[in-house]
Design a binder for this molecule. Structure first.
Ligand code: CA
Length: 225
């Protein structure tokens, strides 16, 4: 799941970013409202964490713009202001949830997962294909009920393929969903990652397979040909 974290406090950012990455999110960071706009114009995110006190503008402006474009990406706002008015303004502007600073990172992760679990969100909870099952909230994968340990990136790749079972997923789409702006991506990063994932799946008895569609992308088939 790809997340945009809009926050300017560097000390807080480091901790939050690392914890979210460990929880299986691909995290991009924007430190200003302007940077947030650029990121939103360049990519689609599964959720956003938005600090209201940004150095250039009020975070609510970003939120209102987003909702003005009928973009329903779940947004959790962070605010140090403890006034009831700010919270009400945030929720009225289309925020899905809010968290007051200071907060515990675990609480943030739990709230984000709850947002992504909402039925109106596009995200399914458990993705299945053949004998594989992927719990997108708990971030666990099983084959025939047996746990399959995967790295965060292998999981992100598998999740994106599972969301489009039986269809070719373009390489560009996968790269965009798996790697953040700051990740170093070489032309064959995705191929190497896919090779590793394929080997793990095959080695653990996956009933389907991942096909390479040369020059285009990859396709996960529920059953091996
Ligand atoms: Ca701030």
């Amino acid at each position: 799941m790809r997340l945009l974290l809009i926050e300017d406090e560097t000390a807080l950012l480091d901790l939050v970013q690392r914890s979210l990455a460990r929880a299986g999110f691909t995290v991009d960071v924007a430190g200003t409202a302007e940077a947030a706009r650029d990121a939103l114009a360049a990519s689609r995110f599964d959720a956003m964490v938005l600090d209201l006190g940004l150095p250039d503008e009020d975070g609510l402006t970003v939120l209102r713009e987003l909702r003005g474009k009928r973009d329903s990406t779940p947004v959790l706002i962070l605010t140090a202001r403890d006034g009831v008015d700010d919270r009400v303004a945030g929720l009225n502007s289309g925020a899905d949830d809010y968290l007051l600073k200071p907060f515990a990172v675990d609480e943030l992760i739990a709230r984000l997962k709850a947002l992504l679990r909402r039925p109106n969100g596009a995200l399914g909870v458990v993705l299945e294909a053949g004998n594989i099952s992927f719990d997108t909230i708990g971030r666990t994968v099983t084959i025939d009920g047996r746990a399959l340990p995967l790295t965060a990136r292998e999981m992100a790749l598998l999740e994106n393929l599972l969301r489009r079972v039986g269809r070719v997923v373009p390489k560009r789409h996968l790269e965009e969903r798996i790697y953040g702006f700051d990740d170093e991506v070489t032309p064959n990063s995705l191929e190497v990652l896919l090779h590793r994932l394929r080997r793990k799946l095959t080695g653990n008895g996956f009933s389907g397979e991942i096909h390479t569609v040369r020059g285009v992308g990859y396709l996960l088939a529920e059953a091996a040909a």
